[in-house]
Design a protein around this ligand. Structure first.
Ligand SMILES: [Zn+2]
Length: 285
């Protein structure tokens, strides 16, 4: 693409991080398979760690999902860790290792996020506030923590995010509120997940060409929250999530951490957090 703007602060940051993500151990393929895919020694260590944490074998499932989904994972009521691959996409080790990382973080105390609804508002309105927010805003925060580790093991964890950007920038933005939010989220995700400064610079140029200065500014502020906050513990990651939600949806609602708790799933103690939804701050006139 021609006429790229100078690298954004986000892209520069990614550039410097690239130098730290050299492959530490060359991947050696083992004779262990998950979903019929032979896994490398690094993936096998991770698999053993996850199965030990849950004291159960990973359950492998294929599911009919929308093409935009690669895979998902969950812990069932009896404490079984499940990885589900999209049967409409080709199987690959990267997606399996991605889900193993999510299960590892869950075992280490990354909480399941639930919502305490805004009093007086209908369930539909409450749902509209929080629809997909875990996936759109919380997951990228987690990805930013484990993608660098995956790169050290020789994976390209952001291969599909890169494809998504190529598709996203083909759309003509409509300027509706929902798309403003999507625009901010897309920039935030790209900066946290993608390790390619020139692609981020192209993406940023696309916002400018389409006069999407506001969603870009909000997206940048969200990235800044992540970069200037500690993000090592699950609580710190949830705090970043809440700050980002408060910025992204500031005219719609406010959010705060309600309470942390645990739920027993078989012998596995799953961490949970409730996020409280409140009315928006009155705008200053
Ligand atoms: Zn993920």
């Amino acid at each position: 693409m021609m006429g790229l703007s100078p690298l954004s602060s986000c892209a520069e940051d990614k550039k410097s991080s690239t130098t730290n993500t050299s492959i530490t151990k060359p991947p050696i393929v083992t004779n262990v398979k998950l979903f019929g895919v032979p896994i490398t020694s690094n993936a096998l260590s991770l698999l053993k760690e996850v199965e030990a944490a849950y004291d159960k074998k990973i359950k492998e499932e294929m599911a009919d999902m929308d093409l935009s989904y690669r895979a998902e994972s969950e812990v069932t009521k009896d404490g079984t860790p499940v990885i589900r691959l999209n049967k409409n996409r080709s199987k690959n080790e990267t997606d399996i290792v991605h889900e193993l990382w999510h299960l590892k973080l869950n075992a280490e105390g990354s909480p399941e996020v639930g919502w305490h609804p805004l009093t007086g508002a209908s369930p539909i309105i409450n749902q509209a506030f929080t629809k997909n927010m875990n996936e759109l805003v919380y997951d990228p925060i987690l990805h930013a923590k484990f993608y660098p580790e995956m790169r050290k093991w020789g994976y390209i964890p952001d291969f599909s995010e890169k494809e998504n950007i190529a598709i996203f920038i083909q759309n003509i933005p409509s300027g509706e509120k929902e798309n403003e939010i999507n625009g901010s989220v897309a920039y935030f995700q790209a900066c946290l997940e993608i390790d390619d400064p020139s692609l981020i610079a192209q993406f940023e140029e696309w916002y400018k060409q389409h006069n999407l200065h506001h969603p870009l500014a909000v997206g940048k502020s969200m990235v800044e929250i992540f970069k200037t906050s500690k993000s090592d513990t699950p609580e710190q990651q949830i705090d970043i999530y809440i700050k980002c939600l408060n910025l992204l949806l500031e005219n719609t609602a406010q959010f705060k951490v309600g309470r942390y708790g645990t739920k027993m799933l078989g012998t596995f103690s799953r961490r949970e957090v409730v996020i409280v939804i409140m009315p928006p701050n009155k705008k200053k006139s």
